[in-house]
Design a protein. Structure first.
Ligand code: GLA
Length: 404
């Protein structure tokens, strides 16, 4: 006994210090390093709703390449709700065989063959929002299936969950399931901001989390639905809900003010330019939701403005803040990695207005001389001290970088 004691101690110490004990943090190393800048891509929902198919997704992936969107940084092609119809005898999720005659993996393979990434949608409850089978109780089984199809991104919704279901625990469970599959998969938390996911989204390994209800293709604020229910969110309604939560975003974990409506027909070109610019200042995921196969040159130019996209994708990963508000006139500013600022002048009013961003408001001393560049005109405007002012059209923005 005494003779074996040192050996026993050595074995004990070996297991204590050398053999790693699995922890949540180690499991999540599979997905660490994902979404270091806000995810960019395209999703079926805003334009096509439940009308998803193999043909649609392949066509959109082709268009993403041909339109120059891939070159501009768009990467994920995501099928939202309605691809799934049932579970089989082994409880495996089954895709709609009429709409996806070759199965989901064939679509994913095609998307990958174009150098893009593939995403899919499910729900933390019994059913998805459109009433299709949800993931509750099948998290690990579904994650293995998704990984076998080559899924790179999962949007996980919150419909048909139990009243007592804990959001944080549910999303932590899905992250653990995805990691256990061994495939790095971006987790997009979609519980509409109901349980303040900005407070716990990063901790559970979420890469982005919706902060609001669904976006509608209109400019304005919150409005009641025709049946009196709350609420339809225009761009401004969503913007106002982002003002206080910017500090929770950073590399790998982003506030998600919902997908883009740019090009869907409900706003003017000026408003779409503003919508896109505001999402960039917010370091929001840029997930287009229009028909990429038939967009006008104006819409393509908005979605592929590389200077504005660079603001969104800046590696420092700071979300922009509203630094001044005077009625309808606002200034938003975002700190960039090279020490410069992206500055957005927003006119919510109904006539053109002059708006000024003071150096003091954006965090610079007034005497500093800084070079200003207009990111929509693609033009250097010269050096300025103290402030920059510009005339901004109704529902429009001017976006500049200010570089000391
Ligand atoms: C919810 C989500 C939307 C979309 C639909 C699909 O409303 O918030 O983004 O995914 O479900 O049914």
């Amino acid at each position: 006994m005494t003779r074996h004691f040192p050996v026993a101690v050595a074995i004990f110490l070996f297991f204590l210090f050398v053999v790693p004990i699995p922890t949540f943090a180690q499991q999540s190393s599979v997905s660490s390093g994902l979404a270091l800048t806000p995810p960019m891509g395209w999703n079926t929902w805003n334009k096509f709703g439940c009308n998803v198919s193999d043909e649609l997704v392949r066509g959109m992936a082709d268009a993403m390449v041909k339109s120059g969107m891939k070159d501009a940084g768009y990467q994920y092609v995501v099928i939202d709700d309605c691809w799934q119809v049932s579970r089989d005898g082994n409880a495996n999720i089954v895709s709609d065989s009429k709409r996806f005659p070759n199965g989901i993996k064939a679509v994913a393979d095609y998307v990958h063959s174009l150098g893009l990434k593939f995403g899919i949608y499910s729900d933390a409850g019994m059913k998805t929002c459109a009433g299709r089978p949800g993931g509750l109780g099948h998290e690990y089984q579904d994650a293995v299936m998704y990984a076998s199809w080559g899924v790179d991104y999962l949007k996980y919704d919150w419909c048909h969950t139990y009243k007592t279901q804990d959001a944080k625990a549910s999303y932590a469970n899905m992250r653990a399931a995805l990691d256990a599959s061994g495939r790095p998969i971006v987790l997009s938390i979609c519980e509409w901001g109901t349980h303040q996911p900005w407070l716990w989204g990063e901790e559970v390994g979420g890469n982005l989390w919706r902060t609001t209800g669904d976006i509608q293709d209109r400019w304005g604020g919150k409005e009641k639905w025709p049946d009196g229910g709350c609420c339809s969110n225009g761009v401004l309604a969503i913007l106002d809900e982002q003002a206080e939560i910017g500090s929770y975003a950073g590399p790998g974990h982003w506030n998600d003010p919902d997908m883009l409506e740019v090009g869907n027909g409900g706003m003017t070109t000026t408003e779409y330019r503003a919508h896109f610019s505001l999402w960039a200042i917010l370091a929001a995921p840029l997930i287009a939701g229009n028909d990429l196969r038939s967009m006008t040159p104006e819409i393509r130019d908005i979605l592929t403005n590389k200077e504005v996209i660079a603001v969104d994708q800046d590696p420092l990963g700071r979300e922009g803040q509203r630094v001044s508000k005077d009625g309808d006139l606002e200034v938003w500013a975002k700190q960039l990695k090279d020490g410069s600022r992206a500055v957005l002048l927003l006119n919510r009013g109904s006539s053109p207005q002059e708006i000024s961003a003071t150096w003091e408001a954006i965090g610079y001393p007034a005497h500093l001389s800084a070079a200003v560049r207009d990111l929509w005109a693609h033009k250097d405007l010269g050096k300025f001290t103290e402030k920059f002012s510009a005339s901004v059209e109704s529902h429009g923005v001017v976006v500049v970088t200010v570089k000391p």
